[in-house]
Design a protein around this ligand. Sequence first.
Ligand code: SAM
Length: 211
Amino acid sequence: MKRAIEKNLISINFYNPRDFTTNKHNKVDDYQAGGGAGLLLNAQPLLDTLKKIKNKNKNIYFIFPAPAGKTFIQADAKRLANKEHIVFVNGRYEGIDERVVETYADEVFSIGDYILTGGELASCVMSDAISRNIDGVLGNKESLSEESFENMLIEAPSFTKPAIYENRSIPSEFLKGNHAKIINLKNEMAKLKTKYFRPDLYLHAKCKKEK
Ligand code: SAM
């Protein structure tokens, strides 16, 4: 991402809701209405921050990282690479006053079924996955089409040289130079690897193919 920024392929800005507070101590958090453990990011500073961003550019796409969201997947990374401006709205503490989410969220994504301390890491994960799908960000464009989750399969196992290391050898077909056969073998290995590591994905791919 550093190189992508240097090449002007992407740019990243930050907004601090604290700069938009109207209270004396620039507080951005508060106790939950109705009780409950922990603090929430309250509505006013965030709503004002997002309003200002939206007024500057109507095409902004707001993504809220949250455990409640749908799981972020590779297809989302590819689709969102076509958006011109994305703003990630990161929660902290127990999260964000729901009215902010209701007013501004274009999409809500979780990066997995576990709880992070804040949305920043989730936003970094999604930004990285999205950015590498933008033209020019990756040195080798082909690596995108050969990666896991393309055709709903996990990528086939890969090896480097030497062909034998500590008595473990790589598939001999890889050394014979017949590219059609190598592609065939890789495809079969990708299916087996998916079946073993991600039976859910394998079943999904199989059902889709049979339809
Ligand atoms: N109280 C919330 C709940 O139970 O759903 C958890 C809040 S969490 C401690 C604080 C913030 O971290 C969230 O508002 C969200 O921005 C981010 N976050 C935590 N886990 C996440 C996940 N799995 N995926 C995406 N964002 C997450």
